[in-house]
Design a protein around this ligand. Structure first.
Ligand code: FAD
Length: 271
């Protein structure tokens, strides 16, 4: 199938990109195209205009310091994954990124694009939510910071306005003494996970974020829960569903297995 007709703009500045989006209510940002282009080809999306942000300078930076990791809107998954500084400051980011799709898709797809695309089966929205990160967003009325816990409002839906561009994402650093872990079960390497889980353990605080078992990335606070009850308590906050890939019961069992696994692994990895 071919995409429906659309106009194409490739502005050279952020201001021009925002103006192009503001001037057409049907316009959409094009970043790595690894989610949007398949949607166009299947005619599941039919924007009137694509605003390609790839010619805007300064959006591909990746910085890491004691406070955290900042990933620009044009930083590709592969570059974030390859960064030793990112790994040192917040190891959960590369742990999860290594499970995002295949190398060819990571070479082009952007981490910020994945966060905005808001797929509850994707790895990075859960990581941003678990860590309490945020998105820096620019629109016609200036810039704003959107905390991750406000970002995801429904299936494949985040709270950005259609004329806003996410310019960077911020992942807080791993605190001294804290530990993280990530694991997922997929039918084949590189597929979207049937279920995935990310853990953050910091002293008595135990939090686990889940993908593919709710409409939005979901973090459950499991502090104080006995180890043999972790998965069952988490399931009280999740909504595993049947689909062609797995039954709800199987997904629930994966939640139990993965929760125990990532909490144990995060405790072992505390630093
Ligand atoms: C075969 C295949 C397998 C995949 N497997 C996985 C997987 O296992 N896990 C996973 O997480 N992802 C997976 N992906 C998706 C991949 O990670 C994408 O790269 C990512 O979801 C979107 O990033 P992108 O830069 O390609 O965004 P695009 O496709 O360009 O855009 C996606 C959406 O986000 C919007 N957008 C993008 N950037 C911005 C911005 N800066 N500001 C505002 N809006 C923006 C676009 O308008 C569009 O609506 C897979 C993709 C394919 C094709």
């Amino acid at each position: 199938m071919k995409p429906a007709p659309f106009a194409y703009r490739r502005p050279g500045s952020l201001a021009d990109a925002v103006a192009a989006l503001a001037g057409d209510a049907g316009a959409k940002v094009l970043a790595g195209g690894q989610s949007l282009v398949p949607l166009l080809s299947m005619r599941l999306a039919a924007p009137s205009m694509l605003v390609d942000i790839n010619a805007i300078p300064g959006l591909d930076t990746i910085t890491a310091d004691d406070i955290g990791v900042t990933v620009g809107a044009l930083a590709r998954h592969a570059d974030v994954l390859a960064s030793d500084d990112v790994r040192r400051v917040q190891p959960l980011v590369p742990m999860a990124l290594s499970r995002v799709a295949h190398a060819t898709i990571r070479n082009r797809g952007t981490t910020v694009g994945s966060l905005v695309h808001a797929d509850a089966a994707a790895e990075m929205p859960v990581v941003l939510t678990l860590l309490g990160g945020s998105l820096e967003v620019v629109g016609p009325s200036g810039s704003r910071t959107v905390p991750a816990h406000e970002l995801y409002v429904g299936p494949l839906e985040c709270c950005l306005h259609h004329d806003e561009i996410a310019v960077s994402a911020f992942f807080p650093a791993l605190a001294p003494g804290a530990g993280v872990a990530f694991d997922e079960i997929a039918r084949r390497h590189g597929d979207y996970a049937l279920v995935g889980a990310a853990a953050l353990v910091d002293g008595d605080s135990v939090k686990v974020g889940y993908l593919s078992v709710a409409d939005v990335p979901t973090v459950v606070d499991l502090s104080g829960v006995p180890d043999d009850r972790l998965g069952d308590v988490a399931l009280e906050h999740l909504d595993p569903a049947d689909d062609v890939h797995a039954t709800a019961d199987y997904r629930a069992q994966l939640v139990r297995v993965l929760t125990a696994r990532v909490v144990r692994s995060a405790r072992e990895g505390t630093r």
